[in-house]
Design a protein around this ligand. Structure first.
Ligand code: 5GP
Ligand code: ZN
Length: 114
């Protein structure tokens, strides 16, 4: 989608600190980190929110989650632990409408979330 911030990051049109990319996914550091590790994993293809996923996206979502686990491990947080979050729409605080998986680690994360 032409005016989507994360599509532009995936296309390299807006700079970001990219920590992983392949033909389907890009992972980059969140510009406003909420933990020592705060990475966003996104699909290159524009999908606005979790509500727009179809069964054909199941493999893509699996790749996102497994990539999150790999990145947490590579950053040294696999054993200690990390949190993965998909926010969907207003009550969850979604602000960028291109599906993204937050990966947070490096501090004790409270539960329930705010
Ligand atoms: P949401 O609130 O939609 O779940 O998460 C959006 C995330 O994108 C926020 O954590 C926010 O800090 C991050 N973000 C917003 N704009 C940019 C940007 O231009 N670059 C990067 N790297 N992260 C961004
Ligand atoms: Zn997009």
């Amino acid at each position: 989608m032409s005016d989507c911030l994360f599509c532009k990051i995936a296309a390299g049109q807006i700079p970001a600190t990219v920590v992983y990319q392949d033909d389907r996914l890009v992972a980059f550091k969140d510009v406003n980190p909420q933990a020592p590790m705060h990475v966003l994993v996104i699909p290159r293809r524009h999908i606005s929110s979790l509500n727009d996923l179809t069964a054909q996206d199941d493999a893509l979502v699996g790749e996102m989650i497994r990539r999150a686990a790999s990145l947490a491990g590579e950053h040294g947080y696999g054993d200690r632990g990390y949190r993965t979050v998909y926010n969907c729409n207003a009550d969850a605080g979604q602000t960028v409408f291109h599906v993204h998986l937050h990966v947070l680690a490096g501090r004790s994360l409270t539960w329930p979330p705010g």
